[in-house]
Design a protein around this ligand. Structure first.
Ligand SMILES: CC(C)(COP(=O)(O)OP(=O)(O)OC[C@H]1O[C@@H](n2cnc3c(N)ncnc32)[C@H](O)[C@@H]1OP(=O)(O)O)[C@@H](O)C(=O)NCCC(=O)NCCS
Length: 168
């Protein structure tokens, strides 16, 4: 059961959490770039999908045809994670700016944590820029707590990472 409010009802009807596939990757990379995330790029996502961890790579997909002005845009966001032993590593999560503050990151994170737990994860962990207060607030709402700090973990711009962990 989700600990947070469901995404806004009107959009919930046209957006579904689904498995990421190879066909999503151009849009995933576009969202990654527009959201200022550390760059993975097409090849890294593709390798991750091929590696057998595809169940923990999810997208938020529009079910209705996209608007005529942007017919190739069907994804509102995505989450990329990997199960390593009994730890679920959340590598990236992003929601397009036009879809933010409507509960969609909650939906994506809830789902990937649930699926990780079912797959055997007992703990989830991630790194987040020390200045990224929005993402930290999101993770805190899902019971993540700061467990450490990695100095100069990020580049462009250089910044520390906070390590956050949650028990599943
Ligand atoms: C972080 C991000 C994924 C949140 O997506 P979102 O769909 O807007 O988030 P939601 O509407 O589901 O809100 C989830 C929670 O995040 C927090 N949050 C989201 N945006 C916030 C903001 N601008 N300021 C403060 N808190 C914020 C809140 O705690 C919110 O919960 P609440 O409103 O129920 O209290 C989105 O801002 C994003 O894509 N940012 C750029 C990429 C990024 O930084 N990813 C994280 C990498 S570690």
């Amino acid at each position: 059961m989700s600990k947070v409010e469901p995404a806004r009802e009107s959009l919930k009807n046209i957006l579904r959490v689904e498995r990421m596939t190879e066909h999503d990757l151009l849009e995933v990379v576009e969202i990654e770039e527009m959201c200022g995330l550390s760059r993975w790029g097409w090849e890294a996502y593709h390798a991750e999908l091929q590696s057998g961890h595809a169940g923990l790579m999810l997208v938020l997909r529009r079910q209705q045809p996209a608007p005529a002005t942007a017919p190739d845009k069907r994804l509102a966001g995505f989450v990329a994670s990997r199960l390593m032993a009994d730890e679920l590593h959340i590598n990236n999560i992003a929601v397009r700016p036009a879809f933010r503050r409507q509960g969609f990151a909650h939906v994506l994170l809830d789902r990937v944590l649930q699926e990780g737990a079912v797959a055997g994860a007992r703990e989830a962990l991630l790194e987040v820029r020390a200045s990224n207060k929005a993402a930290q607030a999101l993770y805190q709402r899902h019971d993540f707590r700061v467990a450490g700090r990695r100095r100069n973990y990020y580049a462009q711009p250089a910044e520390d990472a906070l390590v956050m962990r949650a028990t599943l």
